[in-house]
Design a protein around this ligand. Structure first.
Ligand SMILES: C[S@@+](CC[C@H](N)C(=O)[O-])C[C@H]1O[C@@H](n2cnc3c(N)ncnc32)[C@H](O)[C@@H]1O
Length: 376
């Protein structure tokens, strides 16, 4: 059965191991130097370069112009986040100021949707923050505090939500050479790669702890070990640090990261680095012409009190499911039936285990009040 990859508008396989479809190859844009460097630095410049980064250049279409996230699929998603925010509000005893911090806010679509879904009494106490490296979009609701940095550590109480943020935090890529030694992959702005120095220090330590199959040579039939050249991994350490910083902004409340994820026991042997442009998965070229993304090792990001769920489990706990309305409604209230059918279709897409429903939700309470809020 053909499935839709989360970011693809067209067919994909969800694991990003399909050959890249690049129907309209673009010439090298020249926004970054053509020197060799690691993927982390190359991605940083390509996505967030001051003048011409994929996300930061002025007048760009924003993420929604290139791929569909859960936020774009249906207002049901913002409605579910609003429902979670209300649970957080209740658990915290309805504080005078309730924060909703959207990290990697895109064009502010999620905050706009949550504001529309909240009852007036809660919206009046809400302090909505959009943390985003792109500029504030024109016409955005003036209540939204738009900034390029997180609020100060320990300064807010409420819900911090990051949908498809961590997969865009740049990471280095490593690959095993002919002797099975993990080396940093170097890349030029045109996407050409070569292997650099062996990985060492904190990155090597992270790989040992979180991506253990990579440095381990494979076992041959003779019982001797042989190197496994060509295995790849993304070093998730910058994401662990970025997530820990984001969680620290909360004085009390709940932090949630929703993203493409893999766990230690099922890391993909060739990594997941890929590109997206105009709704299609493309070869990742760090020249500012496409998004560059890789699945997130959410288990490595998780703090001691965190829980890991699938998006399907989380949305079911928040009352979003794809059950069809009873057929009897079609004869008693046809318009309501059609509306309910539309909602069920969107809910099915958001919770599809082979698509967005297979995303990971990393749910991390800060303080005891918000533990267990997504228990069924
Ligand atoms: C894939 S888009 C997701 C947008 C939105 N959350 C959604 O779900 O539609 C990722 C966004 O994260 C932003 N971003 C990445 N790193 C960031 C950082 N360190 N601080 C703020 N925003 C960041 C990018 O500019 C981009 O808009």
């Amino acid at each position: 059965m053909e499935t839709l990859c989360g970011k693809c508008v067209g067919p994909g396989d969800g694991l990003h191991i399909n050959p890249w479809v690049d129907p309209v190859p673009r010439p090298y844009r020249g926004v970054v130097t053509n020197e060799w460097c690691g993927w982390r630095d190359a991605t940083e410049r390509a996505l967030y370069g001051a003048d011409d980064g994929f996300y930061t250049r002025s007048g760009g279409p924003g993420p929604a112009g290139h791929f569909r996230t859960s936020v774009h699929v249906s207002p049901l998603y913002a409605g579910a986040v609003a429902g979670l925010l209300r649970r957080v509000d209740g658990a915290l005893g309805h504080p005078a100021e309730l924060a909703l911090v959207d990290v990697g806010a895109g064009r502010g679509e999620l905050l706009t949707g949550v504001l529309a879904a909240l009852p007036d009494g809660v919206a009046a106490r809400l302090r909505p923050y959009a943390v985003e490296r792109a500029a504030r979009p024109e016409g955005l609701d003036p209540r939204i505090d738009w900034r390029d940095e997180l609020p100060a550590p320990g300064s807010v109480t409420g819900l911090l939500f990051a949908n498809e943020w961590l997969d865009n935090v740049p990471v280095d890529v490593v690959e095993t050479d002919g002797d099975g030694v993990a080396r940093r992959v170097l890349v030029r702005a045109d996407g050409t790669e070569r292997l650099g120095e062996p990985v060492d220090g904190a990155d090597a330590e992270w790989l040992r702890r979180w991506w253990s199959p990579l440095p381990a040579p494979s076992t041959t039939g003779t019982g001797r070990t042989a190197p496994s050249p060509g295995l790849r991994a993304e070093v998730g350490r910058p994401r662990d640090e970025a997530w820990a910083r984001a969680v620290r902004t909360l004085r009390a409340g709940l932090a949630v990261a929703a993203d493409y994820a893999h766990a230690r026991e099922d890391r993909p042997p060739f990594g997941t680095l890929t590109g997206f442009r105009d709704g299609r998965e493309v070869r990742p070229v760090p020249d500012g012409s496409c998004d560059i993304t890789a699945h997130v090792a959410l288990d490595a990001c998780a703090g001691p009190s965190a829980e890991l769920l699938t998006q399907r489990e989380a949305l079911h706990a928040l009352g979003v499911d794809g059950r069809r309305p009873p057929l009897s409604l079609a004869s008693t209230d046809p318009a309501a039936y059609v509306r309910a059918l539309g909602r069920a279709g969107a809910a099915a897409e958001l919770t599809d285990p082979a698509g967005l429903g297979g995303f990971g939700w990393l749910v991390e309470p800060v303080g005891g009040e918000c533990a267990g809020l997504l228990k069924p």
